[in-house]
Design a protein around this ligand. Structure first.
Ligand code: ARG
Length: 475
């Protein structure tokens, strides 16, 4: 939605609550306290909520059916005006709720003045924000599923590629590239679960709580809940008008997702350096340098990493925002919106570039193959072969340690040691132990559930294909 105009100062006497006041609001206060400059994004949700509310008021006999129809039609016209940028915003009307209500009254007179029956802006804003967050969660879920599909696609493409696995950023054990790519699918899968779980608590209907205590008017809250697709109706009006747990929870869910994506970005920045050369990022997702002509920089990944910072900050800001609030609505709560909007925007922006970046990335199989024998990635495999023949683990660990030291001294791989050399460090050395050596063999010998063994990884691929609804590939 693009603003038709920025909020302007008010004329006196235009307030929705003018009755008790003898003085107009100070223009500095209007400028200080307005939220319409950012909560105008809630316009669609506010209108959806008001339409549902009006229909319920009619069903309960609090307005007539023709009045509810007129309200519905006028609200749809207002929605069209806002979308078309024809709607005037002014700081005098504080927030999006007052804007839409006053536009309704300008169109319908006294009929418009009935929309706020049995409603407060406290339960109204809580409803709007829940609707907004619910939609955001659904979009984010779609974006995360797309990213998972991109990781899965790359994993299938590189099904047999063995790469060095790192711990402490030191060569550790060989793994299938697919195994590592699917690790991101797992993390993002948990992120999706977390957001889906959060969605259950978002999807509770506060409207009808009034300002704090409910209403003496004969309303039907479940009518509104059903119309707006809420799973249930909030049970305590005091809680419902003031609860922002759902915002904090969503901010955390987004922050943790962004942290996962930051870790991924960091890993791929490293893997795509000239020093590693495991990955080639798509050039369309890299940028150049204004002074060094040769540079192809991973700025997109750096921004994915960098943008996680603001999502963490937003989650923290929201917790600090609510921590000192006495029960029920306090105006502090208005500060929740920019933080959660920013977190949602940030994650969506990241997701828009992440999936195509992954889909366009290629592994440099030659470079990886050229260095796979470095770093004694197969040492643990050899150790386990000794254990399998009955050697106690600590003894096997020490024995292979000696063999690695010997290989390091000679500057060769474990497989390059002669049987005679091996026998010196390993009593009962058998040439058959060589079957455990080499990165590919080490991978193939894995057998535990969830390991990097090709069969286990193939099962992961099949599982993710099912979960992500990826169709069978014709070969
Ligand atoms: N703009 C306000 C907010 O975002 C709406 C609720 C105002 N309620 C009130 N009692 N002043 O929180």
């Amino acid at each position: 939605m693009s603003p038709a105009s920025d909020p302007q100062p008010s004329a006196p006497g235009t307030k929705a609550w003018a009755g008790v006041f003898r003085e107009a609001t100070d223009p500095r206060v209007e400028a200080f306290s307005e939220s319409v400059s950012f909560d105008r994004r809630l316009a669609d949700d506010d209108i959806d909520g008001s339409i549902a509310h009006a229909r319920m008021l009619a069903a309960c006999g609090l307005v007539t059916l023709p009045e509810a129809d007129a309200i519905t039609q006028a609200l749809e016209e207002i929605r069209a005006d806002i979308r078309a940028g024809r709607f005037e915003f002014t700081a005098a009307k504080e927030d999006i709720h007052l804007h839409i209500e006053s536009a309704l009254t300008a169109r319908l007179g006294d009929t418009g003045r009935k929309i706020h029956t049995a409603r407060s802006r406290n339960d109204q804003v809580a409803t709007d924000l829940r609707l907004y967050c619910r939609r955001a969660i659904d979009r984010i879920d779609t974006g995360l599923a797309d990213l998972q599909r991109a990781f899965l696609g790359l994993a299938e493409r590189e099904a047999d590629l063995v790469i060095p696995g790192y711990t402490h950023l030191r060569r550790a054990q060989p793994v299938l590239a697919a195994h590592q790519l699917l690790a991101w699918c797992e993390k993002l899968g948990r992120d999706r679960d977390r957001l889906a779980d959060c969605r259950r608590r978002v999807n509770v209907m506060p409207l009808g709580s009034g300002a704090i205590a409910g209403t003496s008017l004969p309303i039907d809250r479940s009518h509104v809940a059903e119309a707006l697709g809420f799973e249930s109706v909030a049970a305590n009006s005091l809680d419902a008008a003031s609860d922002r747990d759902f915002v904090c929870e969503l901010a955390f869910g987004i922050a943790l997702t962004a942290v996962h994506l930051s870790q991924w970005a960091e890993e791929w920045i490293i893997y795509s350096t000239q020093e590693f050369s495991f990955l080639r990022l798509p050039e369309g997702f890299c940028t150049g340098s204004s002074i060094m002509p040769q540079k192809i920089n991973p700025d997109v990944l750096e921004l994915v990493r960098g943008k996680s910072a603001r999502t963490i900050g937003n989650a923290q800001a929201l917790l600090v925002l609510v921590k000192g609030l006495p029960t029920a609505y306090n105006r502090d709560l208005q500060e929740d919106k920019e933080r959660i909007f920013d977190s949602i925007d940030t994650l969506e922006a990241v997701l828009r570039v992440a999936a195509p970046l992954v889909a366009g990335t290629r592994f440099d199989r030659e470079r990886i193959a050229a260095s796979i024998d470095r770093g004694h990635l197969d040492a643990t495999s050899l150790m386990e072969a000794l254990i399998a023949q009955g050697m106690p683990q600590r003894k096997a660990h020490e024995t292979v340690g000696h063999l690695v030291r010997r290989a390091m001294t000679r500057g060769v791989a474990l497989a390059d040691l002669t049987d005679e050399e091996c026998s010196r460090d390993c009593a009962g050395w058998d040439a058959a132990y060589r079957g455990a050596l080499g990165a590919s063999r080490a991978v193939e010998r894995m057998r535990s559930f969830g390991s990097t063994a090709p069969a286990a990884v193939a099962e992961q691929v099949a599982g993710w294909r099912r979960r992500l609804g990826v169709g069978a590939v014709d070969t």
